[in-house]
Ligand binder design. Structure first.
Ligand code: ADP
Ligand code: MG
Length: 684
């Protein structure tokens, strides 16, 4: 009987006997920090070597085992020629090839005229079967060793495969029986394995490789459930009782009447949802989603006006200084005819000014503070913060979200705004802790962006289009392919393009690339905003939220490098005023079928959420770029495309959990997926 306790798997990997500092350092590099990480390190291949094949029935390219007689050993004296051992059974001959192996070693392994068992990948070369560097060779007495299913783990350099396998084996075989948090009838009804069986099968059968097996699906379900449960707990922690806000909307109505446009129905609907939450006696934790240009900003300012009407302070935070500045200028305009006192605070605010702002905030003299994350420094104390609005929030994870909510204080409502369209299946796993308001229409005056595609070798045809746009006082974005591997390559490719364009349109082009720091980047963007230059060449993607009202043409090079949703967001940067925007997608000459399909979708559709769903279908989950920051990559096992049903199942199961109210039952699960810390679960 083992002395291992249930919770031994949550201990640090270095607490395991036989793992010294060197090995544990290697393992930690592999993201194996705790013993449970070994449990969740599923072998990538599980080779069944138990069947012994005859030579004449071998399949090329597959890993197989044979039992053969050693006929001849051949050690050429010429460098670089491999050693060759010729073997046979009663059906045929096979060559075993070794590069860089010592003769003494091989002579021991392959005794002449003796039977051996060999296992490895079979090839066919010069009309002969061969196995190069076989995985296993042994004499017949030692058959058992090979015949077992041997899991293969992906390892970094520095860990001996056999040693790792031994560690894993020790751990897996010592896991005590766990009280399953999923009821037996639920498992049966949904064709899932129990937890202990799951772990065993994932490591020691082909269940680990088959993402549709009962065990793999169980693991996926657990992962999704842990994720949903965390979000749901997070939600409970945020949506505490608060003082309800009482207002009649005098200020916001006045602002709305002064606007040069009417709100869209979607804007009105979302505003009502927010107002309901403000008046409610539970804290608001809401996300306002809407495509680029759908008009989220004004909705947030009208909500802020209501909060200010009931004598609470408001804060609006943006990810960048430029964006914050745009919001600040807009706010000054909107609240021009009111007594609302607005201030602007960033990391660059001059020290005396900052001291004054901090004082005024504490005295309640400032009604609305706009800025960057400098807003949430420790020193900053509001007198009575009533709402915090965070723009383009997709850069925050769950944990940061709840920390933000905490900082606001007990009467503070939270509104996040995001333009990142999320496919439906993933909504819950990203925003499960929040209420969602969605703006799903755009202001009517906005014309649909004209989307064109062109092969890259016809780039010269673009100069006239650009000239015409400049004459019409339209500004132009030119997006170069992102070269993520190297800042230098990134720079040189953008620089090349800059030089070409700058020759044609001298002194009218700016350049932004990966090796500029934030200030340098901001300086170029400002020049563009001030219309000192008309063309902006960039690699690093410019922040989504900035309003460039005069930008009406965007050229995207190497457009197949971007995902559909990303392309849609990029093109959303133009045509934000009354004029028609144009987007030109440049492609390599030969387009794949998939690429053609993508262009068609982009040309035909304008709805970011629809496009994000198509993006997911076309590219698959593993390949979705541009979502990294949104927390989507939290999944190691689950794939929203393949396991869509399990996402739904978990959503339903969560309802049941919330009714029962016994979170302790899921402590093990939450710890397994590193969620316990996020919602402060005590040690097991
Ligand atoms: P986003 O949702 O991307 O943050 P913004 O709030 O920046 O979009 O709005 C984009 C532009 O649309 C702004 O110039 C804004 O003044 C304008 N706008 C917002 N709502 C409307 C509307 N209902 N009708 C016309 N223009 C609008
Ligand atoms: Mg915005």
């Amino acid at each position: 009987m083992s002395s291992f306790k249930k919770n031994f798997i949550f201990q640090d990997i270095n607490t395991l006997k036989g793992i010294g500092p060197v090995l544990s350092k290697y393992l930690k590099k592999k993201k194996i920090d705790k013993i449970k990480d070994v449990v969740l390190e599923i072998p990538y291949s599980q080779t069944d070597r138990s069947k012994i094949s005859k030579v004449n029935e071998l399949e090329i390219g597959k890993v197989q085992s044979i039992q053969v007689l050693v006929k001849k050993l051949n050690f050429p004296r010429i460098r670089n020629l491999p050693n060759k051992i010729i073997c046979e059974d009663e059906t045929g001959k096979i060559d075993i090839i070794y590069f860089n192996s010592r003769e003494i070693y091989l002579r021991k392994l392959f005794p002449l005229n003796k039977w051996v068992i060999i296992s490895g990948k079979v090839n066919f070369f010069k009309n002969k079967y061969q196995i190069t560097n076989p995985d296993y060779v042994s004499n017949i007495d030692n058959k058992e060793y090979i015949i077992k299913n041997i899991p293969k783990y992906s390892l970094t350099k520095g860990i001996n495969e056999k040693r790792y396998r031994k560690i894993s084996e020790t751990i897996i075989s010592n896991i005590p029986k766990i009280n399953d948090w999923l009821p037996k009838n639920f498992l049966e009804a949904n064709n899932l394995n129990g937890w202990n069986e799951t772990i065993n099968k994932l490591h020691y059968s082909n269940h680990g490789k088959d993402i549709k097996s009962k065990s793999y699906r169980r693991l996926v379900f657990d992962e999704i459930l842990a994720n949903f449960l965390t979000l749901s707990e997070n939600r409970k922690r945020v949506r505490k009782i608060k003082k309800n806000k009482v207002f009649n909307g005098k200020l916001s109505n006045k602002i709305e009447n002064d606007l040069p446009f009417n709100l869209t129905n979607s804007q009105k609907k979302t505003l009502n949802e927010i107002n309901f939450d403000l008046r409610d006696n539970k804290r608001m934790f809401r996300i306002l989603q809407g495509d680029v240009g759908s008009g989220k900003t004004i909705v947030s300012f009208l909500s802020i006006a209501n909060v200010i009407e009931c004598r609470y302070q408001s804060a609006l935070m943006s990810p960048t200084e430029i964006l914050a500045n745009q919001h600040y200028n807009l706010a000054k305009k909107i609240f021009k005819n009111s007594k609302v006192k607005i201030e602007f605070l960033t990391g660059k605010t001059e020290i005396n000014k900052k001291i004054q702002i901090l004082k005024d905030l504490e005295n309640g003299k400032i009604d609305l503070l706009i800025g960057t994350h400098a807003l949430f420094q420790k020193k900053i104390n509001f007198k009575n913060l009533g709402i915090v609005v965070i723009d383009e929030q997709h850069k925050f994870g769950v944990k940061q979200r709840s920390e933000l909510a905490k900082k606001g204080g007990e009467n503070c409502d939270v509104l996040l705004m995001s333009a990142t369209p999320i496919p439906r299946t993933m909504m819950m796993s990203i925003y499960g802790d929040m209420d969602i308001s969605r703006i799903n229409e755009k202001p009517l005056i906005r014309k649909k962006i004209l989307t064109l595609s062109k092969p890259e070798n016809k780039i010269n045809e673009l100069w006239n289009l650009i000239r015409k746009n400049i004459n019409d006082k339209n500004q132009i974005f030119w997006v170069c392919p992102l070269i993520e591997e190297s800042k230098f390559l990134d720079y040189s490719s953008a620089k090349k393009k800059f030089d070409i364009i700058n020759k044609i349109f001298p002194n009218n082009v700016g350049l932004i690339h990966g090796s500029l720091n934030k200030d340098e980047k901001d300086a170029v963007i400002r020049k563009f905003l001030n219309k000192e230059i008309y063309i902006l060449v960039s690699t690093t993607v410019i922040e989504v939220g900035i309003d460039f009202p005069e930008a009406n043409l965007i050229v995207i090079e190497n457009a197949n490098k971007f995902g559909l949703a990303q392309l849609h967001q990029l093109r959303g940067r133009v045509g934000r005023g009354k004029k028609q925007g144009t987007c030109v997608l440049l492609f390599n000459n030969r387009l794949s079928k998939n690429a053609i399909k993508r262009i068609k979708i982009l040309k035909a559709y304008d709805d970011g959420f629809f496009i994000s769903e198509e993006d997911l279908k076309l590219r698959g989950f593993g390949d979705l770029t541009g979502y990294q920051q949104s927390g989507l990559k939290n999944f190691k096992f689950a794939d929203p495309l393949i396991h869509e049903d399990l996402f739904k199942l978990a959503e339903n199961f969560l309802i049941k959990i919330n009714k029962e109210n016994n979170l302790e039952n899921y402590n093990f699960l939450l710890k397994l997926f590193d969620k316990a810390e996020i919602i402060n679960i005590k040690e097991l």
